[in-house]
Write a protein that binds this ligand. Structure first.
Ligand code: NAP
Length: 227
């Protein structure tokens, strides 16, 4: 029997990445990216057949070591991300660096290292972007700038690698630890039902990955809807 296709999902220990891993697990062998070994082990139980792929994406030597042996990769989903917010007046250089390090540089370097494996499989790269990657709101500059940058990364990759499908997914506010931290940090009450469910974003990712081979879903916006 042929082996199932291989998918690597970063940020798979929690939130949107964990939901994407669960959505892909029935049809793919999934590598679960993240730093927290215990959380990855828990997700491996939720996604039968999936295996932890523990690496801190801000440690590029560690990233290089972790991709060793991946010669063929069908799906690479970049969901790991960080959100350091602030106004232009208040944001320190460290906030800009933190966003760019995980949301842009790690995405570019991991993709670059895995390009031969992606080419070998005529693979698919999915970047979990954000509504902030399309238009920046006041107070979100450092994060929004990183998401605009990673949109440019995805567009350039698509233009340079016609054999690989590249999809940017732009979720609105989604019920995850990241969103809860932001809302609580703004001194507001957090009501999970006000936000998109991570499974709904994962369904959009799955629609891109399972699109017929002649179709290339390049950009998908997913907005929360009152319910
Ligand atoms: P989350 O619940 O905070 O999860 C973040 C994930 O990223 C975790 O798995 C975390 O791993 C991983 N991560 C962060 N820094 C890392 C690093 N240096 N090395 C390895 N892994 C790292 O966030 P989320 O809401 O699911 O966000 C997922 C993506 O969606 C992000 O790109 C975010 O910008 C985007 N997004 C989120 C929303 C939203 O409302 N939640 C809306 C639009 C877009 P650990 O467990 O090891 O920390």
């Amino acid at each position: 029997m042929p082996e199932s296709p291989l998918a690597l999902v970063t940020g798979a220990s929690r939130g949107i990445g964990a939901a994407v891993a669960r959505a892909l697990a029935p049809t793919h062998r999934v590598l679960l990216g993240g730093r927290d070994v215990d959380a990855l082990a828990e997700q491996a139980v939720e996604s039968p057949g999936a295996e932890p792929w523990q690496v801190d994406l801000s440690d590029l030597d560690g990233v290089r070591a972790a991709v060793t042996g991946i010669d063929r990769l069908d799906v690479l989903v970049h969901s790991a991300g960080t959100a350091e917010l602030g106004t232009i007046e208040s944001a320190a250089p460290s906030a800009w660096r933190a966003n760019f390090e995980v949301n842009v540089i790690a995405v570019a370097e991991l993709t670059r290292l895995l390009l031969p494996a992606l080419r070998a499989a005529h693979g698919h790269v999915v970047v979990i972007n954000s509504g902030q990657g399309l238009a920046a709101r006041a107070g979100w500059g450092p994060y929004a700038a990183s998401k605009h940058a990673v949109r440019a990364f995805a567009d350039a990759l698509r233009a340079e690698e016609p054999g690989i499908r590249v999809t940017s997914v732009y979720p609105g506010r989604t019920d995850t630890d990241m969103q809860q931290t932001i809302v609580v940090g703004q001194g507001k009450d957090y009501t999970p039902g006000d936000y998109l469910r991570p499974d709904s974003v994962a369904a959009a990712v799955l629609s891109a990955v399972t699109a017929s081979p002649d179709a290339h879903l390049t950009d998908i916006s997913v907005r929360p809807r009152p319910h």
